[in-house]
Design a protein around this ligand. Structure first.
Ligand code: 5GP
Ligand code: MG
Length: 202
């Protein structure tokens, strides 16, 4: 009796594993469609830079850029800003494939932010866990002010506290996107446009 239960548990675990593996698809660029053009993105970067310049008038902004994803956005935002800026970089990782997993932040411990006007810049706000955690950690360093800025704001129920960054360049639907810094398992970050996973592939 006991032995047959063990056999059944074994058979069940093998079949469930098979189902899970079948569900984990690997996507190629053919599974994505053009979503935001390079010129549209650049236009929105200019607009958000103008708003930031107006709000920070005369102040030096310390940009905390969240790598890897925010690299192109930070570069173009910095170029578009008239305000004096200093860029420091931290690393955050939470995505595996197209799934949001546990968050790890590194590189912030050695950064001095006391009495600075800090603007945290990220590629996208999804669950908002990254921005909320970073704001909390930056606050501990006694800056004069902390604000957040993202290229893309995802309209998703996963953002359970309805956190809104102070600045957002473009609001998007709840879709997995790549390009302009955003990756799929390390690839496609260097596209100058943003592409979205086809609904039929998701
Ligand atoms: P959050 O903490 O807001 O859930 O997500 C933050 C990070 O998850 C982003 O900085 C980004 O790196 C990653 N992420 C969220 N949504 C997407 C997406 O649609 N595509 C890609 N490539 N990364 C995403
Ligand atoms: Mg990121």
């Amino acid at each position: 009796m006991k032995f047959s239960r063990i056999v059944w548990a074994f058979v069940l675990s093998i079949s469930l594993n098979g189902v899970t593996n079948a569900c984990q698809r690997h996507y190629t660029l053919d599974d994505f469609i053009p979503y935001l053009t390079a010129s549209y993105l650049q236009q929105r970067v200019q607009e958000v830079a103008h708003r930031i310049d107006t709000d920070y008038a005369g102040k030096e902004i310390t940009i905390v850029s969240v790598l890897e994803g925010a690299r192109p956005f930070t570069r173009d935002l910095k170029n578009a800003l008239k305000s004096k800026t200093q860029v420091v970089e931290v690393t955050a990782k939470s995505y595996e494939g197209t799934e949001s997993k546990d968050l790890t932040i590194s590189g912030l411990d050695s950064i001095y932010l006391k009495d600075k006007d800090v603007l945290i810049v990220d590629d996208i706000c999804d669950t908002a866990k990254t921005l909320k955690k970073l704001v909390e950690k930056v606050q501990e360093k006694q800056p004069t002010s902390v604000k957040t800025c993202v290229l893309l704001m995802k309209n998703t129920s996963k953002n359970s506290t309805k956190y809104q960054p102070d600045y957002q360049a473009v609001e998007i639907e709840d879709r997995f996107v790549i390009g302009y810094g955003l990756d799929y398992d390390g690839a496609y970050r260097d596209l100058n446009c943003v592409m979205a996973l086809k609904s039929s592939a998701a």
